[in-house]
Design a protein. Structure first.
Length: 225
């Protein structure tokens, strides 16, 4: 299964939710970083190899994406967004000659094939903003990560991308309810994640990849593939 996680407003918790979904999987798991924050959240060194960003700018075959993976846990891999160093990428061509839509289609097809052929769950952290149409079309489900915030919900309603479900980060003090979110977006809230200090401490200490707080596994049980 390929799960696309995204948000319409920064600070929604997309990266932590995506990482937690991948780490909670009972099957082999591939975590795809399209936002560039996952190494910091997972507490691993910044990548020293090319990532998706460099691959998108080349004519390199999607077969080479497997060479970019980083081990982050047993049977769990990260496909990074970019290298932390200036890393030359074989097959580089002029950027204006690349068809971005075609490259996203190729990435989506590779993720689907990887999931099917390896019996692997794929979780994509698409960050903030409208995810590429081609990538969204190739995903099995699209989860909007949001807080019960009026401004976030207003942006989500106006966004051309439509999720298949919502992961609601329950932040005290907001007047909007789960029912309000479901009514506005026309899709179900698949899981509600409570704000818990143990999660923040795990991220701050760089322990999320090795000591995922039980509260995250519990709250995401309904959407963990």
């Amino acid at each position: 299964m390929v799960t696309l996680c995204w948000a319409v407003k920064g600070g929604s918790g997309t990266t932590v939710v995506a990482a937690s979904l991948a780490l909670s999987s009972k099957r082999p798991s591939l975590l795809v970083d399209l936002d560039g924050e996952l190494p910091a959240v997972l507490g691993i060194p910044e990548p020293d190899r090319p990532g998706v960003e460099e691959w998108l700018a080349t004519d390199t075959s999607s077969d080479h994406l497997a060479d970019l993976l980083i081990d982050i846990a047993p049977q769990t891999w990260l496909l990074p967004w970019r290298s932390a160093v200036g890393h030359p990428t074989a097959g580089r061509v002029a950027h204006d000659s690349i068809d971005a839509g075609t490259r996203w289609i190729e990435l989506a097809a590779w993720l689907h094939d990887w999931s099917v052929q390896r019996g692997c769950d794929v979780t994509v952290d698409a960050g903030t903003g409208t995810p590429p149409d081609e990538l969204a079309a190739g995903a099995d489900r699209s989860l909007l990560i949001t807080r019960p915030c009026y401004l976030a919900l207003r942006r989500a309603v106006r966004c051309p991308a439509r999720p298949t479900g919502v992961v609601l980060v329950d932040e005290p003090g907001h007047g909007l309810t789960q029912r309000d979110v479901e009514h506005a977006l026309g899709v179900p809230v698949e899981a509600t994640v409570g704000l818990d200090p143990t999660v923040s401490r795990a991220v701050d200490a760089g322990l999320l990849a090795t000591r995922l707080p039980r509260v995250m596994s519990r709250d995401l049980r309904r959407v963990a593939a």
